[in-house]
Design a binder for this molecule. Structure first.
Ligand code: CTP
Ligand code: MG
Length: 247
């Protein structure tokens, strides 16, 4: 616990962390697997809590593991941050909705952040929250696409080559005015196939604003991502001048 008490603000972050991590291979649910000395979820919560606008973190835990998750993350939250843990659902969308339903209504800015993007830097969190505060209903962090992307049919034939300069890879945290995110989830219902929350908002016809993403916010998905994440974790701890929370 640091002596300096950071300013606390208007942001609640929902953290879907209930996935099993099938693409990473068999084992513990992905958010609870360790990289660089701590479970992914702990790395994620540490960085979220270092963003000064964040006043509340709501975690959607893997089935049956809520108490274990609470014990893991509680030591990581500064005293000004409210920490809540709920049971996640069978899909990411249901996990986000469970967390959203538990988030106190007093936070006007709601971010949704994948536990699997455990090394997203605090300044990215700030950047997304600031864009919502400045008047955007929905905000996503994006990166340029490095590969050429083609549309391909079921027989493996190329239909068309997309214009790469107009494409962006989308990360989290995604930020929303609370009412907008609630309306989007309620309109979509449980059985929607949308993989990100901004996608639900787009269905409402609400404009979504892009801000620059961060390489360190990669989604740890496949085994090779683990090595990369380990390296990026180190870079960012150093870039923060060693201002790490004691473990
Ligand atoms: N997630 C969740 N509830 C689910 C499924 C996913 O909260 N039912 C969360 C994951 O824990 C993760 C985020 O959504 O933090 C992004 O999902 P993904 O990277 O696909 O994680 P997994 O679903 O665990 O991985 P996989 O698809 O490889 O099984
Ligand atoms: Mg998944």
């Amino acid at each position: 616990v640091t002596a300096q008490q950071p300013l606390r603000g208007d942001v609640a972050v929902l953290v879907p962390a209930a996935g099993i991590g099938s693409r990473l291979g068999p084992g513990t649910p992905k958010a609870l697997r360790e990289i660089a000395g701590a479970p992914l979820l702990v790395h994620a919560v540490r960085r979220l809590c270092r963003a000064e606008g964040v006043a509340c973190v709501v975690i959607a835990a893997p089935a049956g593991r809520a108490e274990e998750v609470r014990a893991l993350v509680e030591p990581e939250a500064p005293s000004g941050v409210t920490l809540l843990v709920v049971d996640g659902g069978p899909t990411r969308g249901e996990s986000v909705y469970a967390a959203l339903s538990a988030a106190p209504a007093k936070y006007p800015v709601v971010l949704v952040h994948d536990a699997a993007r455990a090394f997203a830097p605090p300044d990215l969190v700030e950047r997304v929250a600031a864009a919502v505060r400045s008047g955007h209903d929905a905000v996503i962090p994006v990166l340029a696409v490095v590969d050429t992307v083609k549309e391909v049919d079921a027989d493996g034939r190329v239909v068309r080559t997309l214009d790469r300069t107009a494409l962006r890879a989308v990360q989290t945290p995604q930020g929303f005015r609370r009412e907008v995110l609630l309306a989007a989830h309620r309109a979509a219902g449980v059985a929607n196939g949308v993989t990100d929350d901004a996608g639900l908002v787009e269905h409402l016809g609400v404009a979504v604003f892009c801000v620059p993403g961060a390489e360190a916010a990669l989604k740890i998905t496949r085994p090779s991502d683990v090595a990369l994440a380990r390296a990026l974790a180190q870079v960012h701890l150093d870039a923060d001048g060693g201002r790490t929370l004691s473990s």
